[in-house]
Ligand binder design. Sequence first.
Ligand code: KIV
Length: 292
Amino acid sequence: MSPLQVFARKKREQTPLAMIALSDAPAAQIACEAGIDAILVGDSLGNTALGFDSTIPVTMDDIAHHLQAVLRGVKASSRPEVPLIADMPFGSYATPEVGVQNAVRLMQLGAHGVKIEGTQSIDDSTGRVFELCQLAGIPVMGHIGFTPQSELQFENVVQGRTASDAGKLLEQAFTLQKAGCFALVLEAMTTQVAHQITAFLSVPTVGIGAGKNCSGQVLVWHDLVGITAKPFKMAHAFASTRQIWMDAIQSYCHEVESAQFPASENGWEMAPDAAQEWAEQRTRKERQKNEN
Ligand code: KIV
C-alpha cells in the first residue's frame, strides 16, 4: 500500500491532514514522532537551510541531498511509513523529458511522490511532464496559487482576489486533477477560492495561506517552530524556539569564556595508576635529555 494513501483517506474521512516542509534528519525524526501525516522536502529549503532569498538557486542536487537526509530521519523514527514528497526545483522540468528523468531520480532515492509548481508544463508547448510521470508511475502533487519559482511573474502574492482570477485558479485545479495529480498545494489564495476548489475536486488540497477549508495544511519547519526571524502572515509559529537556541548559544559562549564548560563530567580521566606511570615515564625522559 502506498504511504500516500493517507491523503485520500483523510479527505474521505474529512479529517484535516498536517504536512510539514523540512530538510534535515533530526527535524524529520521529530516530526514523525510528533504525529505528522506527510513530509515535503520543499525547495523552500533554499530560503531556510541554504540562506538564499528565493527558491530559484535550488538545484536537483540540493533536493536529492536533503531528501536523503530526511529519509534517514524518517527511517530512524517510530513511524518509518510517513510519506515523503520531494519538490522539483526551478528548471528541473523545463522540458517534459528532463522533468520525468529528474522525477525518476527523486523516486529512486526514496521519495513516494514529487511536487511540481504551476500549470505551465501542461499549458505551454513543453507540456507533458505530468503525463510522462503518470506513464512512469510517479505520483505528482500539483501546486497553484502563489508559486515561488515564478515569483517574478506575479504582481501580488495573494491570488484569487477577483472573480476572473478565481475562475482561472479553479480551472487550473481541474486541469491538474485531470492530469492525474494525487493532491494539490494551494498557496496564498483567498479563502473562498480555496474552499470552492476543495469542494469541487475529488483529490485533496493542502493549503498554506489558503484558509481552513482545505483538506489539509502545510507549514515550513522553520516557521512552525519559530526559528524564522520575521514571521510570514500565512505561517504560524507554534513555539518560539529562535530565542531558546539563542539563549543556549549565549550560555555556551559564556561558560566557555568563564571556563565553566567543559565540566569534569564532560570528559574522561586516566586511571590513577596509568597517570602515575605516565608521569614517571616523562620524568625518566626528561632526566635522559638532561644527561645527553
Ligand atoms: O517548498 C515548500 O516548502 C513548499 C511548501 C510551502 C508548499 O512548496
